[in-house]
Unconditional design. Structure first.
Length: 400
């Protein structure tokens, strides 16, 4: 791999480790403000009826569940989507467009009102592991829903991690007030690797691929139990502990071993790197008893097990950037587990598995691979959709 691209820097800043132009997600907002839990977030009917029109309330009341019993401390509503716009349009006897207009107008008014409230406190630590989870979610949501600003937010956060928490070829765990410290743990590496694989599908950047390979190699070098299999939570050069855990079970977040195995499988199939696949297999072997005993606590490991039995479908698109956009949009709803990478023709220096030949007529070519086996190049979008078993856009009843 080539040396990773330089980090973005703010104007006029110099030095060996430049700061990025923003990016990174803070850890949390408090649940309470002014000493009252939920005060910033929840609503009651009287507050809302004072700021929206009766026609707007006719739409937002069923949409946000205000027609139901309060769902927060028996007197307030934590707003949630409770009905589809199509059903509300029918019930109100107005067009879908008018329903959407009323909803948008009411939301603007409610947002202005909420901005007058005292904001809850914010924990401004930037944790690498939590950022990995957030980057993955933002990148996937941005890709599926066609929200470029979400993808850009994920990319900015990934750049922040690489610029501020990647020092001398090692990852750090936390950053606050410009100070990054603490050796990163298994979760930091595994979650960021999974995030980068998702981000590359939303917007392929070679720097992300290089970072992903560096993290995967560090997982094997610094965390893998080469004798028994699986990954320790702390690195081999971490300070010695009384007990060095090798976590198997998911908690509020997935276990690093499950995410590591899952992401190493994906990167291994993408690059044809057997080391990553073998490491994932050893991880599944060592945790097989845990999965057998408590399957419901091992969902991330089970996802990796399923992927080991049926390798992911990988779709590689190559062609002019402008033409790729239409194909990429059509493939947003590939079946779960599929990987789709859109590689503009001008990219150079790609690994052999991704360096597919360009079409002679400057059109788009697509390759569909399962494991290490690829079908011949496909130059027709409809044929590609048929091969990928995409029957049409996935709809949600809440957004119809």
């Amino acid at each position: 791999m080539r040396e990773m691209q330089a980090c973005k820097t703010t104007a006029g800043m110099t030095g060996k480790n430049p700061e990025p132009e923003g990016g990174g997600y803070y850890s949390s907002l408090d649940a309470d403000s002014e000493g009252v839990e939920g005060k910033f977030y929840v609503w009651n009917r009287d507050e809302i009826t004072k700021i929206v029109t009766s026609e707007e309330y006719e739409v937002i009341a069923p949409y946000y569940g205000l027609t139901r019993s309060p769902n927060f401390e028996e007197k307030h509503w934590n707003l949630e989507i409770a009905a589809s716009l199509a059903d509300i349009s029918t019930a109100c006897g107005v067009s879908r467009e008018e329903t959407e207009r009323r909803l948008a107008s009411a939301r603007r008014k409610m947002l202005v009102e909420r901005e007058r409230r005292i904001w809850p406190g914010r924990d401004e630590k930037i944790l690498t592991s939590w950022n990995g989870l957030m980057i993955r979610g933002m990148a996937r949501a941005g890709r599926v829903f066609g929200r470029d600003e979400w993808v850009q937010s994920a990319a900015d956060a990934a750049d922040f991690i690489r610029c501020s928490l990647w020092k001398n070829g090692r990852l750090l765990a936390t950053c606050k007030d410009g100070k990054a410290h603490l050796n990163a743990y298994l979760d930091d590496h595994a979650f960021m690797l999974e995030a980068l694989l998702e981000l590359m599908q939303a917007d392929f950047r070679q720097s992300d691929l290089e970072f992903a390979v560096a993290l995967a190699d560090l997982l094997l070098e610094q965390f893998e139990d080469e004798r028994e299999g699986g990954f320790f939570f702390t690195s081999h050069d971490h300070e010695k502990l009384i007990h060095r855990p090798k976590p198997a079970y998911d908690t509020a977040i997935p276990t690093g071993n499950g995410v590591a195995a899952h992401s190493l499988q994906r990167l291994g199939h993408l690059l044809g790197e057997f080391r990553y696949l073998q490491s994932a297999d050893r991880t599944l072997d060592v945790f097989h008893p845990a999965m057998s005993r408590q399957a419901s606590s091992c969902c991330s490991l089970l996802a990796a097990l399923e992927q080991s039995l049926v390798p992911p479908q990988i779709v590689i698109l190559r062609g002019p950037a402008q033409a790729l956009a239409e194909w990429k949009k059509a493939l947003r709803h590939c079946p779960g587990g599929s990987l789709v990478f859109s590689l503009p023709a001008e990219l150079a220096g790609l690994p052999p598995s991704l360096s597919k030949p360009l079409a002679v007529d400057n059109s788009v070519n697509a390759w569909v691979c399962q494991g290490f086996n690829c079908l011949p190049a496909i130059g027709d979008m409809q044929e590609l959709l048929r091969v990928c078993k995409i029957q049409g856009k996935i709809e949600s009843p809440f957004y119809n």
